[in-house]
Design a protein around this ligand. Structure first.
Ligand code: ADP
Ligand code: ZN
Length: 595
């Protein structure tokens, strides 16, 4: 079989994406390689396919067990011999895999770096016919990256133990520093570096100032994504739990996920999400790395992430099947202040400075009014045109601003009158004429500013506080006390006006979605296909996406193939898949057509 036939037979795709062939050729020519491509770009195929054309085993180093496990399941689903060696296997299972390796029955072997670099295993590998090594998530070798892993450091030994072996490294993170680190730390020789465009055109990126805890905004967003799969990222463990509970009460199939949960709970949430039994996972960033679920339709951040790299990687988990997906970032200036406070606690180092700068970057990104795709591309040294219709800033460049100078002055004045000794919520309570005991005993009900802010809601006042923080008109002192800055005094004196995007002061009504995911195919038929897929998945003990992706089901519902040849035309259906699941779907299609 040649490359193209292999692509069609095992992977069910018609043609290569840009750069895939280039990378595959480099690997087949035994050239070291670094490929930088966004999540969902199709990196795994670049090392899986050449492995099938080579005579030995390809060793894939990957940081996460869950990630390896999913890849192995997916490969087996395509009829490709794959295995993983990790703490997840029993001793007997491991021995059996080793035996299969000795007899050259495995094409792809996934291992964790700590496993790979132990002496016993290195010696074992030296006797095998190794095609090449793959370092997946290669940015983990870099301390400049956002996911540095101690064990990845050991990979610098790989070229010493296997001086003639080819190494192919893959990552979605592309800053200059990280790239240099990967090339150097892995000792790549005369490497080919292939960089794909970072533009994820099926992602619509949106960001909004969070109002209060953001729940109303979250609900209005989810209202447009009923029954779709998505991840909601929260800042703290507690926040994941309370938010998941809240969503459950609203009728959503949601669950919390964070590092503090018992392993069984985490595993079952992960499994149920992948199996389409839970729609929404509310998670800390502990969730999602390497998750191989292609039909994630949205990613929401309830807080500002630490870095733009993190953010890009996290939203990258949406829409890996190439279909439309939406991301929503809810942020406030308070997030930035909080993140910086955490870093402040760290001992001084170049990384500390770097971390501050990264927070400024993500914060500028969140607040900016220019194309979001373009900003991301620029940050990663890529140049693209403004997307036009795939980000909120392009879709509705919001020129609609309102003057809030008077209200800003009220807030500034209240901060001043309460002697710059209280948090924002207290000051707002004073403005809104609260009868709270603390206010009365401080005699703040006697102040001239008491009750002059009843024209706006608590949330609106918080938004104005955010805006003043952004402008540097106020600052947060010790114990979260709000204080006036020079610029605030100027505003108070009437020397400077303040305006704000009108939308920030309103709970925006959900706009009608431009592209409906279900637009161009039969929902009823799709649902029937989904039910069948689930049944097959259960019988075969694999996640549904391994059977067929959403994209495949969608195309099936459009084409409604009546025979094998027609079915093989459909995205994601190759010979192997057809033999396994084709008949069942053909029967269902016949049934639907005759109904
Ligand atoms: P990455 O590893 O870069 O995050 P994946 O390898 O998981 O991306 O691929 C993402 C999606 O793209 C998968 O659903 C995969 O089936 C699909 N894909 C990869 N290559 C092709 C191709 N040549 N044609 C069509 N779809 C492809
Ligand atoms: Zn844009």
């Amino acid at each position: 079989m040649n490359k193209l036939e292999t692509l069609q037979h095992y992977f069910g795709h018609d043609s290569f994406r840009e750069q895939q062939e280039e990378v595959i050729d480099a690997i087949l020519n035994q050239q070291d390689l670094l490929m930088i491509l966004p999540t969902g770009g199709g990196k795994s195929l670049c090392y899986q396919l050449p492995s099938l054309l080579m005579s030995g085993v390809t060793v894939v180093i990957s940081p996460l067990l869950a990630l390896m496990h999913d890849q192995v399941v997916a490969l087996k689903g395509n009829g490709i011999a794959a295995a993983m060696l990790s703490s997840m296997q029993t001793l007997e299972e491991a021995r059996e895999i080793e035996q299969q390796l000795r007899t050259n029955q495995i094409k792809l072997l996934y291992v964790a770096p700590e496993r790979l670099m132990n002496n016993y295993f290195l010696t074992f590998l030296l006797d095998l016919n190794i095609n090449f090594f793959v370092v997946d998530e290669a940015h983990c070798v870099s301390e400049w990256g956002h996911e540095f892993r101690e064990h990845y450091r050991m990979l610098s030994q790989l070229k010493i133990s296997f001086p003639t072996a080819t190494i192919a490294a893959f990552t979605a993170t592309a800053t200059e520093l990280v790239r240099e680190d990967i090339l150097n730390n892995l000792n790549l020789q005369n490497p080919k570096v292939v960089t794909g465009s970072l533009f994820r055109e099926n992602l619509t990126i949106t960001a909004k100032h969070r109002q209060s805890d953001g729940r109303k905004q979250l609900l209005s967003f989810l209202d447009e994504h009923k029954k779709e799969a998505g991840i909601v990222y929260a800042f703290s463990r507690k926040q994941t739990e309370t938010t998941a509970l809240y969503l459950q009460k609203q009728g959503y199939k949601a669950a919390a996920y964070h590092a503090g949960l018992p392993t069984e709970v985490k595993n079952s949430v992960f499994k149920e999400f992948v199996a389409d039994e839970i729609d929404i996972v509310v998670a800390t960033i502990a969730f999602g790395m390497g998750i191989d679920k292609s039909n994630i339709r949205f990613v929401v951040h309830l807080n500002l992430p630490k870095t733009l790299e993190n953010y890009y990687q996290e939203i990258g988990r949406a829409g890996r099947d190439g279909l439309e997906a939406t991301t929503l970032l809810l942020f406030s200036t308070a997030d930035m202040v909080q993140q910086k406070a955490f870093i402040e606690e760290l001992p001084d180092s170049p990384y500390k400075e770097n971390a501050f700068e990264k927070i400024n970057t993500i914060s500028r990104f969140a607040n900016a009014e220019s194309c979001r795709h373009q900003q991301i591309a620029t940050y990663f040294n890529d140049t693209i045109e403004a997307c036009g219709d795939k980000c909120d800033n392009c879709i509705s460049p919001d020129k609609n601003k309102i003057d809030i100078t008077t209200d800003a002055q009220k807030l500034l004045s209240a901060i001043y009158r309460t002697k710059q000794s209280f948090g924002l919520l207290y000051v707002i309570d004073v403005l809104r004429k609260s009868k709270e005991q603390r206010i009365l005993s401080n005699q703040h009900d006697k102040l001239s500013v008491y009750g002059i802010g009843e024209n706006l809601s608590k949330t609106q006042w918080q938004t104005i506080g955010d805006k003043l923080l952004e402008l540097g008109a106020i600052g947060i002192g010790e114990h979260k006390v709000f204080v006036l800055k020079e610029r605030g005094i100027e505003i108070l004196k009437g020397n400077e006006a303040v305006d704000i995007r009108a939308s920030r002061l309103m709970i925006a009504k959900a706009k009608k979605k431009k592209v409906d995911y279900f637009d161009d195919y039969e929902v009823d038929v799709f649902d029937k296909f989904r039910a069948l897929r689930k049944e097959i998945a259960l019988q075969n003990k694999v996640p549904p996406y391994v059977v067929f992706s959403d994209k495949t089901l969608k195309e099936l519902s459009n084409i409604m193939p009546s025979n094998k040849a027609e079915m093989l035309e459909v995205h994601g259906i190759g010979q192997v898949k057809f033999e396994r699941y084709g008949r069942a779907f053909l029967e269902l299609i016949e049934e639907i057509e005759n109904a």
